[in-house]
Design a protein. Structure first.
Length: 162
């Protein structure tokens, strides 16, 4: 289960990189407006998708520049660098083992929030463990408690008991 003394851990599910970016940008833009700092730890590059979306969305030039300044390129950090991150929102995207390794390296008591992004196939294979280790889901509606999304007890949900 999720440790209540730790940073809040959210999971996000996506079909493809563009879907993930479309879902994340409004949330991240709001966090940047509040003054939060975002750090990405990415196993693969998202820069092309972000740039394409920035060309199409109706945001001020200043907001677009703030979003573009986030490192959307593949940027696998060393475990030592990961453990040194403090007071930031951490966005992690990669395969299941990559996300798990990054989360183990994070000093979860020093970061504000961790958002782990899982592709749909990974979620289907590991749904029970993913949901048990996160307190909320981030989707197009924003942060939602897991029971709000699944409307059932995790232990009784057939989708989650594979």
């Amino acid at each position: 289960m999720v440790d209540n003394e730790s940073a809040e851990k959210l999971c996000s599910l996506y079909v493809n990189n563009m879907h993930l970016i479309v879902m994340l940008i409004p949330y991240i833009e709001k966090k940047l407006e509040k003054g939060d700092k975002i750090v990405t730890i990415l196993e693969d590059d998202l820069n092309a998708e972000v740039r394409m979306l920035m060309d199409k969305v109706h945001l001020s030039k200043i907001k677009k520049e703030k979003l573009k300044k986030i490192n959307w390129k593949k940027n696998i950090l060393s475990l030592n660098k990961i453990s040194e991150i403090k007071n930031k929102i951490i966005l992690v995207k990669g395969n299941y083992d990559f996300i798990k390794e990054v989360n183990e390296a994070l000093n979860i008591k020093k970061v504000k929030k961790v958002i782990n992004c899982f592709d749909l196939d990974t979620f289907e294979k590991n749904s029970r463990e993913i949901l048990e280790n996160h307190c909320k889901i981030l989707n197009t509606l924003g942060e939602k408690n897991i029971p709000e999304i699944f409307h059932a007890n995790i232990r009784e949900n057939r989708i989650l008991t594979k």
